[in-house]
Design a binder for this molecule. Structure first.
Ligand code: COA
Length: 270
């Protein structure tokens, strides 16, 4: 069962493939020495007595619109964020920004034992939102989160280590090769060239794209990070096969990726 949030205009999904759109999604999480990632319920994310007792725990939530009414979401956002949401001209954009932010606040509030609008979030210099140490003290070191929004699907990832998540609505892109050439490292470009079917190429493009986005969101660097400084494996499980200047990057980061066309049993359980 997915964590169900009492938000009238949001449907929590037990699997993102229940969404009505075709999408791709990935998450990236940092690992401590010898750690492997464990998917956890939100209630046991910080519970060190839960099994397994060590390692990196993460919780991933996906939601889809029931309607595009943002009124039920607004009470969960502080006034400044409500004003930001109102500035979006397109109703689907308003909904997805409000839904992702409200859902993140509700889940963080559960961990922090406070009201969602009291969750204090600050942004680091490159834009990554994080819990405010002045309000939440040492817990900030143990609770990391990230959100992603696209039309028709939103996601929230919370973890005990740095985490990033990306969801993208899949579209056929006129200049897919040009975008890939500008953003992907050579091994990923080679893999893309070797894909024979157009559907295979689109799936691979979005796999690499969402893995890259999740990674640069986990590090917090965003577009300040050289997008051609890292590469991912073409096949599952997704591995960071190259990262400039880092030996054995596969041991430092874990990933999961899923696209709307993959069978339900093969995706990351989240
Ligand atoms: C901002 C960026 C980090 C993600 O943007 P995006 O994919 O368009 O949007 P998403 O919905 O996935 O994520 C947006 C959320 O990321 C978070 N975010 C913003 N800057 C961030 C950063 N530096 N690190 C982590 N998270 C960040 C915010 O919570 C933001 O939502 P909010 O403003 O409502 O709070 C940035 O990487 C970007 O614009 N990328 C697009 C283009 C690109 O070239 N990608 C390369 C693929 S390899």
């Amino acid at each position: 069962m997915p964590l169900s949030l009492p938000l009238r205009s949001v449907r929590s999904l037990s699997d993102p493939r229940e969404a009505r759109i075709q999408f791709a999604t990935s998450w990236a999480v940092e690992l401590g020495a010898g750690e492997t990632p464990h998917i956890a319920e939100i209630e046991s994310l910080l519970d060190d007595s839960a099994e397994p007792s060590a390692g990196c725990r993460l919780h991933v939530w996906y939601g889809a619109p029931v309607d595009e009414d943002v009124a039920p979401l607004m009470p969960y956002l502080p006034p400044l964020e409500q004003a930001e949401v109102r500035r979006f001209q397109i109703s689907s954009h308003r909904w997805s920004v409000a839904a992702a932010r409200a859902a993140a606040r509700m889940q963080l509030a559960e961990l922090l034992n406070c009201a969602p609008e009291k969750v204090s979030i600050v942004r680091d210099p490159l834009g990554k939102p994080k819990l405010d140490p002045a309000a939440h003290g040492a817990l900030v070191e143990r609770i990391h989160f990230n959100i992603s929004h696209t039309t028709g699907l939103v996601a929230v990832a919370i973890a005990t280590r740095r985490i990033g998540i990306d969801v993208e609505a899949v579209m056929s892109l006129d200049d897919m090769d040009g975008i890939a050439a500008a953003t992907f490292a050579p091994p990923m470009l080679e893999a893309l060239k070797s894909a024979r079917q157009p559907s295979e190429r689109i799936a691979l493009f979005y796999r690499f794209w969402t893995l890259g986005e999740a990674f640069i969101k986990a590090t917090g660097q965003g577009l300040a990070q050289d997008l051609r400084s890292f590469a991912f494996s073409q096949v599952d499980p997704p591995l960071l096969t190259h990262l400039d200047g880092i030996r054995n990057p596969t041991q430092r980061w874990a990933f999961a990726t899923i696209d709307a066309t993959s069978p339900v049993a093969d995706g990351p359980s989240a």
